[in-house]
Design a protein around this ligand. Structure first.
Ligand code: C2G
Length: 133
């Protein structure tokens, strides 16, 4: 059984995220999403999420491509995670290309998938803000 994992904030969920999750799931038979906690986002990514971790988790768990959602609390948990969840493939959008190749030394394939270029949570917030002034 090919088990896949991917990581992210997934705040203001949009179709670019869905394209990523669909392709990630297609790399195997089971997809784990490690979802950045509010604390991790704030401290490590300088991101304040619109939706809380629990709300973002509910949204992700409702997506047909996602089998399990677990918390991402630190950058260093990936090696532990691939053992804990018996992961065979790690995948991320290609804005992260090269950053996680080290996981291959731990018996895990690493795939970077092309991002959906025209959409981002930042763009949504910007456009929405403009139309509401
Ligand atoms: N993504 C995409 N296309 C977009 C926007 C995002 O394919 N238009 C992908 C990203 O490449 C990532 C996933 O969707 O693989 C989640 O994106 P973010 O929530 O922005 O994740 P990020 O903040 O990059 O967190 O430890 C890794 C980090 O947690 C990744």
């Amino acid at each position: 059984m090919e088990r896949v994992i991917t990581y992210g904030t997934y705040d203001l969920l949009h179709y670019g995220h869905i394209h990523l999750l669909r392709r990630a799931r297609a790399l195997g038979d089971y997809l784990v999403v490690a979802l950045s906690t509010d604390e991790f986002n704030k401290v490590e990514k300088n991101k304040i999420c619109y939706f809380s971790y629990e709300q973002r988790k509910l949204l992700l768990e409702s997506i047909r491509y996602v089998d399990l959602v677990v918390p991402e609390t630190c950058w260093e948990q990936k090696i532990t995670d691939i053992k804990k969840y018996e992961i065979t493939t790690f995948t991320m959008g290609d804005d992260w290309v090269g950053k996680f190749d080290f996981l291959q030394e731990h018996g895990c394939k690493v795939e970077y998938l092309p991002r959906t270029p025209e959409i981002s949570s930042t763009q949504i917030k910007h456009d929405f803000g403009e139309n509401n002034n």
